[in-house]
Design a protein around this ligand. Structure first.
Ligand SMILES: N[C@@H](CCC(=O)N[C@@H](CS)C(=O)NCC(=O)O)C(=O)O
Length: 202
């Protein structure tokens, strides 16, 4: 049985929930209470020494980090298009996984943490990172249906949640029509799952 240690409002956890659903995998959810310091007790730290969700357990295998979990699920349970064996395609997917862990975190994720959860951030840096990211995404998606290859891959899943949640960080996506259309394509997938804050239609 697959187990997922998670927060309901976390976009990083939502990547994993989406992937599990799209692969039609059953799992047991463990809602971790960050306020109760459940992330920092010895048992949790033995699974992820950074004390963060998501963490996925599959039998004796424990994987931390949302991008790593997507790679694991794609290779263990998915068809090749999710994380292709082809070296060039694998590199294209990995480039977007890096974008998810870098520009997305410093941009729309940081703005959401500020406006929704009150975290102090460098607003100018987060705003300019977000503007540049959305411009890059929009130009790329003007000519591509999916981010990395001609089919959906874990690149799309890794980038999706914090773009779909960007409005909670006071970001207006309406000037970025190709991004809006890509969000809509993902939301039309069979077995797509939503989360609080993700609008139903784009
Ligand atoms: N690189 C990690 C980042 C995970 C992360 O930032 N998790 C947040 C929730 S979205 C968390 O656990 N925060 C609590 C903390 O850092 O104490 C990933 O992609 O999974």
């Amino acid at each position: 049985m697959i187990e997922l240690f998670e927060f309901g409002l976390s976009g990083n956890c939502h990547k994993v929930r989406m992937m599990l659903s799209l692969l039609r995998l059953d799992y047991k959810s463990h809602a971790v209470n960050g306020a109760e310091r459940e992330l920092k007790n010895a048992e949790f730290l033995s699974m992820n020494p950074f004390g963060q969700v998501p963490v996925l357990k599959d039998g004796d295998t424990v994987i931390r980090d949302s991008q790593a979990i997507l790679v694991y699920l794609a290779r263990a349970y998915g068809d090749d298009h999710w994380f292709p064996a082809d070296p060039i395609k694998a590199a294209e997917v990995t480039a977007w996984l890096s974008t998810a862990a870098n520009e997305v975190v410093r941009g729309p994720n940081a703005l959401r943490l500020h406006y929704k959860f009150g975290r102090t951030i460098n607003l100018d840096e987060a705003t300019s990172t977000t503007a540049n990211l959305l411009s890059v995404l929009n130009q790329h998606l003007a000519h591509h249906d999916w981010l990395a290859t001609e089919m959906i891959s874990i690149a799309d899943i890794a980038i999706y949640p914090y773009i779909a949640l960007a409005h909670e960080g006071s970001v207006d996506l309406s000037p970025f029509l190709s991004v809006e259309n890509w969000l809509g394509r993902i939301e039309m997938l069979n077995w797509f799952v939503s989360m609080p804050g993700i609008r139903g239609t784009h």
